[in-house]
Design a protein around this ligand. Structure first.
Ligand SMILES: [Mn+2]
Length: 371
């Protein structure tokens, strides 16, 4: 590689300066875009591949773009943790609501690298002409056959492919913080290289072996802390808890939203004295006829709870009847402090004795009854 990039710290400084010029400038920008789930792999691969492919001049900088709005960043708690540990200020990052990729493309100013996906999201398919490079570990959909770089292999993590490219060409770039970002991502994606998870390839193993000494961290410690942070919702308020893992369907005449939540009802109530109002605000903002929060946690045994918010009395009764008929084994645990407001709003909290009914299983039951 002739274009030896600068150091990681000067790359980050460059990003800070470039952010100001994105909208005002006239030059072509090369953006490195992760997928729209924006998990840790997408973020780290975009960041580190941008670093690797940036040249020494400010104009040769590649810009990582995180494919979610900035307001959603705090929901990716494991990424918040790992990037903070690597000393990255999230202000340096460009999120999808902060950079007008379509506008840049119309102005002929956009070049794109796709990482951690090889097909553009539906609402981004207009950007196809701008795609120059792809680094991904999903099944190859055979698109962009003219791309200058087309590195698509089924490794456990896209970060493995990024690490392998760097180690082959410019291994000196794999300094401590860069190595720790990459290896943390690979460990999380491969469930700590556990063969039982069937996500680990020899390349993942080889990159972990290469990166760990540079990251100066123990494999098990790093994996455990990331795994814990992934489920650490202590910084999230009710609205964020509801939207962290949320799906919505129109089923017959019902608009139905189901959140998966990791916090027991009693802890949730203790943390948010306005929980009922928070749930209602969330339901109202999305125009839902039914809001369900499916709660699962391990303390110490695996436990499920279910929160229903259905303002229309008849629909609430229909829903409860369906759930009982399908054997969810519900018992009312609506906290006393909520009872008055709960009956006004149509809010019920239950323990769910049947641990086998997840959101994936419940949705078809709703479809069958209300569709
Ligand atoms: Mn991935």
């Amino acid at each position: 590689m002739s274009n030896l990039p600068r150091s990681w710290s000067s790359f980050l400084q460059g990003l800070a300066k470039t952010k100001e010029k994105i909208s005002s400038g006239r030059e072509t920008l090369h953006c490195v875009l992760g997928n729209e789930a924006a998990d840790l792999d997408s973020m780290v691969s975009a960041l580190v591949y941008s670093f690797y492919r940036s040249g020494p001049e400010e104009t040769d900088l590649r810009i990582p773009v995180i494919n979610i709005p900035r307001g959603d960043y705090k929901l990716r708690t494991e990424a918040v943790f790992l990037l903070r540990q690597a000393g990255i200020d999230p202000a340096l990052l460009s999120f999808i609501d902060e950079i007008d990729l379509a506008g840049l493309h119309r102005a002929g100013r956009l070049e794109l690298t796709l990482v951690d996906h090889n097909r553009l999201a539906g609402n981004q398919s207009d950007l196809a002409d701008a795609v120059r490079e792809i680094v991904d570990h999903h099944a190859d959909e055979g698109l962009f056959s003219d791309a200058l770089v087309r590195l698509i292999e089924p490794t456990g993590s896209a970060a493995t492919l990024v690490a392998r490219e760097i180690s082959r060409n410019t291994p000196e770039l794999l300094e401590k913080d860069v190595a720790s970002l990459l290896v943390g991502t690979i460990l999380l994606d491969t469930v700590n290289l556990d063969p039982a998870a069937q996500r680990t390839t020899p390349d993942d193993q080889a990159m972990v072996d290469l990166l760990l000494p540079r990251a100066e961290q123990s494999q098990d410690d790093l994996f455990q802390v990331l795994q814990r942070e992934k489920f650490n919702v202590s910084d999230l308020e009710t609205r964020d808890l509801l939207r962290k893992d949320y799906k919505e369907w129109q089923i017959g005449e019902n608009r139905i939203g189901i959140s998966s939540v990791l916090l027991p009802v009693k802890d949730w109530v203790a943390r948010d004295s306005e929980l009922a109002q928070g749930l209602e605000a969330y339901r109202d903002a999305r125009g839902l006829d039914m809001l369900l929060a499916m709660i699962a946690y391990t303390a110490p045994g695996f436990t499920r709870e279910l929160v229903l918010l259905v303002p229309e009395k008849e629909r609430l009764q229909q829903l409860e009847a369906l759930l009982n008929e399908k054997g969810l084994d519900l018992a009312d645990i609506t906290p006393p402090s909520l009872q008055e407001v709960a009956s006004d709003l149509g809010l019920r909290c239950f323990s769910q004795g049947n641990l086998g009914i997840s959101r994936k299983k419940l949705q078809p039951l709703l479809q069958e009854r209300f569709g």
